[in-house]
Ligand binder design. Structure first.
Ligand code: FES
Ligand SMILES: [Fe+2]
Length: 455
């Protein structure tokens, strides 16, 4: 079985070319089954996934090109946690929990905006773009109040050479695994694509009544494509579809059919354009179009564990940000960046192509989740090659959940790596926290905990 521990080496990762399968077939044995369906609807598993996976992983959030000037910010809700990214006066991207340090009111109230002064509208405390406390009405002469201790809670960030911004909520004493280790080889592979030649085009959002894994299950294979995506299957050679697991990310590959346009005889075809969509036109037009949009580039499609995707084509690249809200509610956010100077008609063609496929996937997820929620189905047999990506990511889920569960059992209480450091509330705060923890932990007794989780 593939797992974080048995992932391919960095050498294999960086040497891989599109379509080249460098993984060890022994790592994915025939006979793999899906995880039990209870993991797709249980509240407790969802909460455990939050602590075990999402509070420890590097999560793709945005691209630097969408932040034009100091003070530009974007706010997000991730598993109930409110946070925002903001560009500071030095041009760096900072991330903060959207929690006023005074009494926890949200500091940023719009989904996006621009301000170099972040003022809280509860009692009027304010902060700068570095999250530093700047002033609070009538606090000037309060003794023992230390301004330096009252800035916004920062969140770790990593910005890749390509301007891809990742965050990590892990605030535990040991801290998160470094980005370069978590996604070993990823940044090097992204060098194959010139992100600087693209500009922000549009975003859209889908609100789905399904578990985040229901979406990832479909995302991690194209075994379903010939039946569920007829249009996509016209545009790509589906028999070449391959998912290559690489540590904590996976590269998807499929040959596009555009090379067929090189036929000498102009003739009408049913579907045209970059992805097999669009109006009929002369084949000769298609050859011209091929020259315009970037030659033989076959695409760079990356799944980033646990819930993100960066998919690069010649005319555009787009990101998928999957925001789990509850066991059966997930929000999908798409940001599309098109090649500079791309004609509007081609931008539209790309967006139409993308949305058609997403709608087909969305429908699959909604109907599958309804059946999963019934609790009748338990597990299913996965194809060792065609569904290898599913086995790969579900194993990562399983490994991280089991490891964290064992830690919590040993500790006798829940461990939330994202918990923010206690303020200087002193010994009494610790004592009062302890009372609360003891009450919560009555439900986390190792003897009963496993039963509750329907392990
Ligand atoms: S909660 Fe923000 S100023 Fe009081
Ligand atoms: Fe699909």
């Amino acid at each position: 079985m593939a797992s974080a521990a048995t992932a391919p080496t960095a050498a294999a990762t960086t040497a891989a070319r599109p379509g080249e399968d460098t993984s060890n077939p022994e790592e994915l044995l025939a006979g793999s089954h899906t995880l039990p369906s209870s993991w797709w609807f249980s509240e407790k598993i969802f909460d455990l996934e939050k602590r075990a996976i999402f509070m420890k992983s590097w999560l793709y959030t945005a691209h630097t090109s969408t932040f034009k000037k100091a003070g530009d910010y974007y706010a997000y809700n991730f598993m109930g946690m409110q946070f925002f990214l903001i560009k500071n006066k030095k041009g760096e991207i900072k991330a903060f929990h959207n929690i006023c340090r005074h009494r926890a009111y949200p500091v940023v109230r719009k989904q996006k905006g621009s301000s170099v002064v972040l003022g809280c509208l509860y009692h009027g405390w304010s902060y700068n773009t570095d999250g530093d406390f700047t002033k609070a009405p009538q606090f000037e002469n309060v003794t023992d109040f230390d301004k330096t201790e009252n800035g916004l809670y920062p969140i770790r960030t990593h910005v890749t050479d390509q301007g891809l911004i990742f965050i990590n909520f892990d605030n535990s004493p040991e801290g998160p695994m470094p980005f370069g280790e978590f996604f070993k080889g990823l940044e090097e592979e992204f060098h194959e694509f010139d992100f600087s030649d693209y500009e922000y085009h549009m975003s859209y959002e889908l609100d789905g009544e399904f578990n985040w894994k229901t979406l990832m299950d479909g995302y991690m294979e194209c075994y379903h494509c010939p039946t569920a995506h007829p249009g996509l299957s016209q545009a790509f050679h589906m028999n070449t579809y391959n998912v290559i697991p690489k540590g904590r990310y996976a590269r998807h590959f499929c040959e596009i059919k555009r090379t067929e346009a090189a036929q000498p005889e102009p003739k009408k075809e049913e579907s045209k354009g970059w992805f097999g969509f669009g109006k009929p036109q002369e084949v000769q037009d298609k050859v011209e179009e091929k020259k315009n949009v970037g030659g033989e580039f076959d695409g760079l499609w990356m799944y980033l564990f646990p819930t993100n995707g960066i998919n690069c084509y010649s005319p555009a690249w787009y990101s998928i940000r999957v925001l789990p809200i509850s066991p059966s509610h997930t929000i999908l956010q798409y940001d599309i960046f098109t090649k500079k100077g791309l004609p509007e008609a081609e931008k539209k063609e790309f967006v139409d192509f993308l949305q058609q496929v997403e709608i087909e996937d969305f429908d699959l997820c909604v109907k599958t989740q309804k059946n999963l929620n019934q609790g009748l189905y338990s597990t299913g047999f996965l194809h060792p090659q065609k569904e290898r990506g599913v086995v790969f990511y579900q194993n990562l889920v399983k490994d991280m959940v089991k490891e964290h569960f064992a830690k919590e059992q040993e500790a006798g209480h829940q461990i939330n790596p994202a918990k923010l450091g206690a303020d200087k509330g002193g010994a009494e705060t610790d004592e009062l926290e302890h009372i609360c923890k003891s009450l919560e932990c009555q439900g986390s007794n190792p003897e009963t905990f496993a039963k509750e989780l329907n392990w």
